[in-house]
Design a protein around this ligand. Sequence first.
Ligand SMILES: *[C@@H]1O[C@H](CO)[C@@H](O)[C@H](O)[C@H]1NC(C)=O
Ligand SMILES: *[C@@H]1O[C@H](CO)[C@@H](O)[C@H](O)[C@H]1NC(C)=O
Ligand SMILES: *[C@@H]1O[C@H](CO)[C@@H](O)[C@H](O)[C@H]1NC(C)=O
Ligand SMILES: *[C@@H]1O[C@H](CO)[C@@H](O)[C@H](O)[C@H]1NC(C)=O
Ligand SMILES: *[C@@H]1O[C@H](CO)[C@@H](O)[C@H](O)[C@H]1NC(C)=O
Ligand SMILES: *[C@@H]1O[C@H](CO)[C@@H](O)[C@H](O)[C@H]1NC(C)=O
Ligand SMILES: *[C@@H]1O[C@H](CO)[C@@H](O)[C@H](O)[C@H]1NC(C)=O
Length: 392
Amino acid sequence: MAKRLLKILALWTFVIGIVQCCPELCHCQNKFARQFADCAYKDLLVVPVGLPSNVTTVSLSANKINFLKSESFINITQVTSLWLAHNEIITIETDTLAPLNQLRNLDISYNKIVNFPWEDLANLTALQLLKMNNNEMVNLPMDAFSTLKDLRSLRINNNKFTTIVQGTFSALSSLSHLKIFDNPFACSCSLEWLRDWIAATNVSVPELTSIVCDTPENLNGTMVTNVPKLDCEAPAVTVTSQPNIDESDLYEGVMVILNCVTKGSPMPQVSWEVTVGNQNYMFPLPSTGEMNDKPINDKTTSDRFLVFRNGSLIIRRLSEKENGNYSCTAVNDLGKAESGVKVVLTVSPETSSSTPGFSPPAESITLSLLTIFISSGIIHLSLGDMESTWIS
Ligand SMILES: *[C@@H]1O[C@H](CO)[C@@H](O)[C@H](O)[C@H]1NC(C)=O
Ligand SMILES: *[C@@H]1O[C@H](CO)[C@@H](O)[C@H](O)[C@H]1NC(C)=O
Ligand SMILES: *[C@@H]1O[C@H](CO)[C@@H](O)[C@H](O)[C@H]1NC(C)=O
Ligand SMILES: *[C@@H]1O[C@H](CO)[C@@H](O)[C@H](O)[C@H]1NC(C)=O
Ligand SMILES: *[C@@H]1O[C@H](CO)[C@@H](O)[C@H](O)[C@H]1NC(C)=O
Ligand SMILES: *[C@@H]1O[C@H](CO)[C@@H](O)[C@H](O)[C@H]1NC(C)=O
Ligand SMILES: *[C@@H]1O[C@H](CO)[C@@H](O)[C@H](O)[C@H]1NC(C)=O
């Protein structure tokens, strides 16, 4: 009788156990006041629902999960260790990981992640171990790890990172192990800091012989720590004009030549930007190919402007429609520089009175027509975030 009751009781708790405590294919266990959920090697396609709310360690390793949906971990915020290695994850939705602010160990290595929701990491301030190696990640934002003060070990090796912005590791005050090897590094001026940082840091950075340049071609295969001192110079731009726009009046029909002269190493990418009326034109100059007499712009603009590879922009016949800003920009690894002129047609007294609808303020009639605006200034930028961090 007692035996039978015990049996029923056992069955009852077993059923409860399944229903309330553990997803079907997982094995849940209470040990040393910690709650484990082991769901590894189960061919799971998604994160199972119904994990115990007080679970602290969840293993989902070696399944076939290819997508992490944003609410997947919403009920298990006590988790301190989350193992997701060897799945087929391509995408992790934003906010999937952010609720796990107790997380100390996160392993998402050996997946196919291209875009990681870096903003989620900012919430994971308790992280000590972060394994992201063997994925397909390309971009590493400069502030990716900026809140991870307790992080001791970071693995981002075997990804597709071409660069690491200076300062990326500087907030990691507890870091002792860093794996970055087997990434296709572009050994340009913006990566030069890494050579010096590896040499000076106390962080252990293993497998130096696999931390090598992929580009430029002449450095392909060279260890980052052996990259020679590069010739790096921030860009500079000067715009000159014929006739000299400071000193001459510019009358209707005149041809104006604007020359953009740039400096910098590596050779900067140069472009003209023209803002006339409410139109805006961009003319990027090709950085390769022969200098020649052919304009680079096509028929849609060439009746008004001619832009040449050598940096000259010609306003063919000045009219009121060509009044506007002509700005030349040079960008390389070290930053961006810009310089421009404002072109304003000089209005002669007769034309002004005979042009209906155009009544400039009295003094601008006699005033010299061209005002220069120069917003030079070289700004050092973090690579990969060039447009957004440039301040003029
Ligand atoms: C977690 O919850 C289960 C069932 O509610 C309970 O048996 C267990 O003691 C709890 N574990 C911890 C570590 O609090
Ligand atoms: C979270 O808990 C709610 C309420 O118990 C439940 O409806 C939901 O399915 C759970 N979500 C997950 C992903 O486990
Ligand atoms: C980030 O963590 C804080 C608590 O530290 C929490 O209030 C917030 O909801 C978390 N963010 C998300 C998106 O879960
Ligand atoms: C490395 O450690 C030594 C000794 O502990 C210390 O003097 C030095 O400043 C450290 N270097 C860096 C880059 O943290
Ligand atoms: C660099 O060299 C390796 C082999 O030495 C080659 O597979 C790779 O394609 C090269 N990369 C570039 C950008 O040339
Ligand atoms: C650039 O090339 C154009 C076309 O050949 C020429 O008219 C112009 O004078 C050149 N500019 C300079 C600064 O040499
Ligand atoms: C030209 O540049 C000046 C100074 O930057 C600016 O105030 C003005 O609005 C610009 N004009 C046009 C047409 O873009």
